[in-house]
Write a protein of this length. Sequence first.
Length: 422
Amino acid sequence: MADNPLISEIGEWLIDQALAEPDIVEMFEAVCQQLYAAGVPLARARLTWPTLHPLFQAETVLWLRGKPPELEQFRHQNERSEDFLKSPMHFMFEHNVSVLRRYLDGPNKLVDFPILEELIEQGMTDYLTIMTAFDSADTTKDSKAFGLLVAWSSDRPGGFSDDDVAALQKIQRRMAVAGKTAIQSRIAGNIVETYLGRQAGRQVLDGAIKRGDGQETQAVVWLSDLRDSTAMADTMAPDDYFDLLNHYYECTAGSAIKHGGEVLDFIGDAVLAIFPYQTEAEFPEAAKAATMALRESFSMREQVNDERTKDNKVPIRFGVGLNTGKVMFGNIGVAERLTFSVIGPTVNEVSRIETLTKAAEAHALVTSKIAANEPGAWVSTGKHRLVGVSQEIELFAPKAPKQNISADALKTKKEEGTRWVN
C-alpha cells in the first residue's frame, strides 16, 4: 500500500501544499478523503497541534467520513483536565512514545483508555496514533514542539493492514511538512493580530514593514483613559492594580473590538482605537459601531463595578472621547523598532476631547458629526476650546436615560454622583 501510486500522488500533493500557504483544516480534510479513495479504510481521524495564542493552547481538527471537518480550540488551563490525563496523548507524552496502536476488536483487542470505549461504540475496529515532531528535541510532557499528532481510526473488520499503517506513516511525515507551514502561518497571524490588531496585522503580514508604509483613511477615533490611575498605581498592591487594569481594558478595548473597532495601542492606561470608513456613505455604520461600543463599555463597567464593590475592590472609572476625520494609518518609529498606529489632527483632537470629560462631568464626549448620526441620544455640552485648535468645537454627551426616582433618592444621587458621571 505504501508503494501504491495513489499514496505517492498524495505525498506529492502535500509537498505542493508545503510550498503554498495551505489552510490546515482544508488540507487535512483533503488528505483523509484522498487516503480513503486510495483504499485506506479510514472512518475517523483527529489532527492535533500546539499553538501560540493568548486564549488557546492547542487546536484540533476532527474528520468523520462523510461529514465536514470540525475545528476545536482548547483554552489555556492552570491544571490539566481529567480527560487529558486519561488520554493516549498524555500517555505518549509521558512515555516518549511516537506510535501507539490499539486493536478494538478481535483476539488482540485492548481497551485501556476511555476514548477507546467511545470509539468502539461508534463502530471503530482499529486505532493508530502517530506523533511527528517538528524538531530533534525530546517529545516530553512539557514539550510544546511535538509537531503533529494524528489519531487514525478504521471501522473495517480487522482494522488497518500492515500496508495501511505504512501508508499512514509515510503520508503523515509529508503532511507534517505542509502542516508546519500552515501552523507557522496561523501562529504568525495570531501574534501580529494580538499585538497590532486585525487590520494592522494583515498589512504587516502583506509586507508593510518599512517606516512610512501606510495610507490615509477616514475613521471614527476612540480614546479612553482610566481615572485616578496615578494615585491607584501608587497605593494599590501590584496584583490588585493589574486586576483593575485588565477589567478596565475588557470594558473598553474589549467592547471596541467586539463592535468591529481596531485597537491600535495601549498608551499607559489609555486605549486608542479606530472604526475606519472609506466614503461618507460608510460613515453612519462606523459611527453606529463606535457608539454601540461606547454604550457597551459603560454597561460592562456597571457589571464589573457591582462585582468589585461586593469584593471591597476599588471601582473602575474612565472617560471616552470620540472624534472623526482623516488619519494617517501606518508605520512610525525608527527602522529598528516600529509601531503601527494612527497620527494626525483627528487623533490629537480626540485626546483633548477625552480630557474634557473630567471638566464636563461626563463619562463620554463626542463631536457634532457623530452626535448627528443619532440625534436623540446626545445632549450638547456647549462649545469648548481644545488645546492647539484655533476654533471652538461643540461637544455632546450621552443623554441621561429617564428614570422614575423619589426625591430622597434623587438627593442621594446628587450627593454621591451617579455612575454615569465621572
